[in-house]
Design a protein around this ligand. Structure first.
Ligand code: EPS
Length: 388
């Protein structure tokens, strides 16, 4: 399975093409729209989310509620494009018509300056339109297809917020995946801890008042993945490595931890590794899950627990100093609109990119063009490893 996305933030639409999803998987646009709606929610988002109402149009690859095995192409229209038709249109500019909304002032922390240098753009709008996190809507659409596939294989996944602006949610190791899904869904900041929730909201309000922005930590929790997905034999088949790469590729993400993560550096080995147990009906399991569901680049069969850290959004109402690329003069970058905090939305994005990597690994390990045969293969594998 592979996918590509296309589309500018204020262009006509976002497009995704997904290749390699087997035929006969039940899939509807509601499955995808549900994910898109979840990504748009979250306390701290700015005015743009009031303009957009992300809805998918399935352009190919699905017929009467089932996948065909052909490429699935998905489109999300940008409602904001109507305000940008003159600026973002594809036709050459008419004679003497000036370029509008030209960006010559790179925002610190954005792709603006490096992208302009790399591609030779003097108008940095040519960079920021694609580097914008708007693109994550397309990744969520692709991820919703992956999530649907996983769901029909008995694999459930949930992303939620662990930390915003230094306010940490308590660990809730006893919660089931369904409790995680239900509790986080009704939280305005998508967290499981209702005490931390109000403090996070207050922190966002303060940041907003001060023209500032807040980052945080999202966690993704996955159940039902059998042991042995991924591989130890080669660097690029290690599934934790692939997940780490996918997470850091999300806009503004700077790092990843599995299980206890960096804490492993501070503990002796006896307090890090998870003791192996065996149960007559369940098979092998670990007494603890400090390693977050991975050993040797492969799943252990325990829940996958992965965290991603998001830096504060760099588009700030409170200006930071930068240099105009035309005049070379120092100026203070200011903007009209921004999100004070997008960590709740980013948790949804992270959930979907993790789903994509898991679906990819499963389809590599159990390749089949027909979904019912893939489902049987996974069922048989689970039975086999239970008796191993
Ligand atoms: C973004 C800037 C804002 C965000 C946008 C990402 O958009 P605008 O520049 O239009 O105000 O709202 O996020 C989305 C549009 C989205 O769908 O998540 C940026 O610079 O990354």
């Amino acid at each position: 399975m592979r996918y590509l996305t296309a589309g500018e933030s204020h262009g006509k639409q976002l497009t995704t093409i997904i290749e390699g999803i087997p035929a006969q998987l039940p899939l509807t646009k509601e499955d995808i729209n549900h994910s898109l709606l979840r990504r748009q929610k979250g306390y701290g988002r700015g005015k743009r989310m009031q303009i957009e109402k992300d809805l998918v149009e399935i352009m190919s690859g699905v017929r009467h509620g089932y996948t065909l095995g052909s490429p699935i192409s998905l489109v999300i229209h940008n409602d904001d494009f109507k305000h940008w038709t003159d600026i973002m249109g594809e036709d050459p500019l008419e004679d003497n018509k000036p370029l509008r909304r030209v960006v010559t002032r790179p925002r610190p922390g954005h792709a603006d300056l490096n992208g302009a240098i790399k591609y030779g753009h003097r108008d940095m709008r040519n960079v920021l339109e694609r580097s914008s996190a708007r693109e994550t809507a397309a990744r969520v659409a692709a991820g919703a297809v992956a999530k649907t596939l996983l769901h029909h294989l008995g694999i459930e996944i949930c992303g939620y917020v662990k930390e915003i602006g230094g306010i940490q949610a308590e660990d809730m190791p006893h919660l089931t995946i369904h409790e995680r899904q239900t509790i986080s869904e009704v939280s305005p900041v998508r967290t499981l801890d209702n005490i931390a929730e109000q403090k996070m909201i207050d922190a966002i309000d303060t940041a907003k008042r001060e023209g500032d922005s807040l980052g945080g930590v999202a966690e993704v929790y996955v159940t039902g993945v059998p042991a042995g997905i991924g591989s130890y034999v080669h660097y690029d088949r290690k599934l934790d490595g692939r997940i780490a790469s996918a997470v850091v590729s999300i806009n503004a993400f700077k790092g990843v931890e599995f299980g206890i993560g960096f804490e492993a550096a501070r503990r002796p080995g006896s307090m890090v590794h998870d003791e192996i147990r065996w149960h007559e009906t369940e098979g092998y399991y670990r007494e603890t899950n400090r390693l977050g569901g991975f050993e040797g680049g492969m799943t252990t069969g325990m829940p996958i627990v992965v965290k991603g850290v998001m830096k504060p959004i760099p588009t700030l109402m409170k200006p930071l100093e930068s240099v105009d690329i035309e005049t070379k003069e120092v100026f203070k970058a200011s903007v009209e609109r921004s999100d004070a905090c997008a960590v709740p939305a980013a948790a949804v994005v992270m959930e979907h990119v993790v789903a994509i990597e898991l679906a990819k690994a499963i389809l590599e390990q159990f390749p089949n063009d027909r979904f019912p045969i893939l489902k049987k293969a996974i069922h048989d594998y689970r039975e086999e490893i239970r008796r191993f």
